[in-house]
Design a protein around this ligand. Sequence first.
Ligand code: NAD
Length: 253
Amino acid sequence: MSVLDKFTLKDRVVVVTGASSGLGVAFAKASAEAGADVVLAARRTDKLENTAELVRLAGREALTVATDVSEPEQAQHMIDAAMEKFGKVDVLINNAGIGTAFPATKETPEQFRQVIDVNLNGSYWAAQAAGKVMQPGSAIVNISSVLGLTTAGLPQAAYAASKAGVIGLTRDLAQQWGMRKGIRVNAIAPGFFATEMTDQYHEGYLESMKPRLLLGRLGDPEELAATVVWLSSDAAAYVTGQTIPVDGGITVT
Ligand code: NAD
């Protein structure tokens, strides 16, 4: 067996939330290329079909499930649907998320709660449902953000709190499920990757971040997907409870 064989996801079942656009599409496609069948969840099923096509083009099976992860029953339904179709869940990629930027004195309780509900609570509901059925050797990858570790100029209390919360969630689930269930739980902290989320930033913002990027450029979603595949696979068999920045160096400047 060569070291490269450890990176395979051959015949695994990977659930990707927020798979209708942006990074979730890259994670789903990369998982399929690595050999997995993929369950695609998001609120918009029409857009999920485009991602499903990419999975099928890679020669693997896709299942789309309309899911609002902020609703615990819907997160449970997503995992039930995966079990019904494939009989197992090996990997959960908790990617669904929303980003907002409101000055703290203006942000309403509803605005704050919505971000926490999707990014933090939604990750927990999906992990809880998956953790009940996952077998030893399974893995959860939570998508946090550099905003969980540092600041980046915008007023993002809700987003930063939700993503720091995801890091705490990662650590604690790794503790609860490591020895007891053989499930590894890790997070990645992406820097800046051009998606629908970053389209919302005001003009010039991403350009203004460049001096903090040691590699001098935004990331390519495929560069993030490679780390997610690694953490999902046996190549990361001794990695758990960690948050890995994939950020072009922004967290060290
Ligand atoms: P995006 O807006 O393109 O994708 C977000 C996805 O989440 C979409 O598919 C959306 O439909 C889905 N989603 C939103 N609310 C949902 C809900 N309640 N239930 C189910 N699905 C829901 O943005 P993206 O940049 O691809 O973001 C993906 C993840 O990466 C997010 O968690 C985001 O916080 C994180 N992230 C992105 C960047 C970046 O630079 N793009 C950086 C750090 C972290």
